[in-house]
Design a protein around this ligand. Structure first.
Ligand code: PLP
Length: 395
């Protein structure tokens, strides 16, 4: 089945499987063991984890001790936000986040603000192009004081829109606030370097970059301290207890290496695939509108609404035609809900209800994309006949 849902997860790269198999083989023969053990196999494991950490740090423009391996980007976002808030206690803490962050940021922030009266939350809506305006963050910073964390993702997971992170990081720092960016959807699509982005915290996920599921990363700037969420041993320098996932760490770092090797080529390919897809929809006479900025968007992520067509009808219809696309975020419950991203962008209801995400990846071919555009055009025509556009709606 042509797979056009790479923002939900990417297929694992063969080179990653190879690197992980090698690591797991060593584990199966006890050539490597628990990295905390002091015997030879333990030290071999420690050196494997250290190598991966060093390589990962190099690729992000960071130092090895600034890398914290986690079980997911969701955990990394929780760790950054809650770890920072709890460290601030008993001082009041203010979170300033964009209203279209991933749920792992939004729900962590909302949980904290609901549970603790010393924590406050400001949710800043993006503009209708899906861009967070630095002025809006500036205004929120002006209205608050004391310990603050600003969270704005590098690229949005539903629209692919790229955020002015450096500008926002600078504003935060001018006001002595910290800055977290969730770079999960940006890595592999645009360059991501912690120094160039000016962030204090950055989060990443392996399974979005052709790596294994169940591996995430938190970059934590060296001078900063957070409270751990998982207490136990001294792994990850006491910031995240638990025996390291050696296979996962090796796979993640190999995937990151491949991202760097392929980035320029992937960007060109993804841009040309999405242009072909959009051009063919137009040639086929399919009516649709692109949600989110045309220009400030990572390659390969498109969010489209067709007037009079509901997103789940399109997703299911495309699935039956053999194409995997999604309605905004992959919903863990399997139920498609109105997108909080498109809602935060204050789009018209038909665009919110109709938004579908087509996210292309390294392995997609032009033939697949042409076939998908043809199938989607046909489906749009059919669905429109079945459900005429309510009066007052336009494309
Ligand atoms: N942040 C963004 C922007 C995402 O798109 C996702 C996953 O969809 C996550 C965080 C969570 O990543 P993980 O699946 O590793 O928890």
């Amino acid at each position: 089945m042509p797979y056009l849902d790479h923002s939900a997860t990417t297929p694992i790269a063969p080179e990653v499987i190879e690197a992980m198999n090698e690591a797991m083989g060593k584990l199966s023969r006890s050539e490597v063991a628990n990295p905390s053990s002091i015997h030879t196999s333990g030290r071999a494991a420690r050196s494997m984890v250290n190598d991966a950490r060093r390589q990962m740090a190099d690729l992000f423009g960071a130092s090895p001790e600034e890398m914290i391996f986690t079980s997911s980007a969701s955990e990394a976002n929780n760790l950054a936000i809650k770890g920072c808030a709890f460290k601030s206690h008993p001082n009041p803490f203010h979170l300033i986040i964009s209203a279209f962050e991933h749920d792992s940021v939004l729900n962590s922030a909302r949980y904290l603000a609901n549970q603790f009266d010393w924590i406050n939350l400001s949710e800043i809506p993006p503009d209708s192009n899906g861009i967070v305006e630095p002025n809006a963050i500036h205004a929120a910073l002006e209205l608050t004081s004391g310990h603050r964390l600003v969270c704005v993702m590098t690229a949005n997971n539903e629209t692919g829109t790229i955020q002015p992170v450096l500008e926002i990081a600078n504003l935060a720092h001018e006001k002595r606030a910290l800055f977290l960016t969730d770079a999960v959807q940006a890595i592999g699509r645009i360059p991501v370097n912690v120094r160039e982005m000016g962030c204090d915290f950055l989060t990443a996920s392996a399974h979005k970059i052709y790596g294994p599921h169940g591996m995430g990363l938190l970059y934590l700037k060296s001078n900063l301290k957070i409270d751990p969420l998982i207490h136990g041993g001294h792994q990850e320098s006491g910031r995240r207890a638990g025996t390291e996932n050696i296979g996962g760490i090796v796979g993640f770092s190999r995937a990151m290496q491949l991202v760097h090797e392929h980035l320029a080529e992937d960007q060109i390919k993804l841009r040309s695939l999405e242009s072909a897809f959009l051009a063919l929809l137009r040639v086929n006479g399919a009516q649709f509108i692109l949600n989110g900025s045309q220009t400030h968007r990572v390659p390969g992520i498109l969010n489209l609404s067709a007037p009079g067509i509901m997103s789940d009808d399109l997703v299911i219809g495309m699935d039956l035609a053999g194409f995997a696309i999604s309605a905004g975020a992959a919903c863990s419950s399997g139920v498609i809900e109105a997108s909080h991203v498109l809602t935060a962008m204050s789009l018209e209801p038909w665009r919110i209800q109709g938004g579908v995400r087509i996210s292309m990846g390294r392995g997609n071919t032009l033939e697949e994309v042409i076939a998908a555009a043809d199938a989607m055009s046909e489906l749009c025509k059919k669905l429109k006949q079945d459900a005429p556009i309510p009066r007052g709606q336009t494309g």
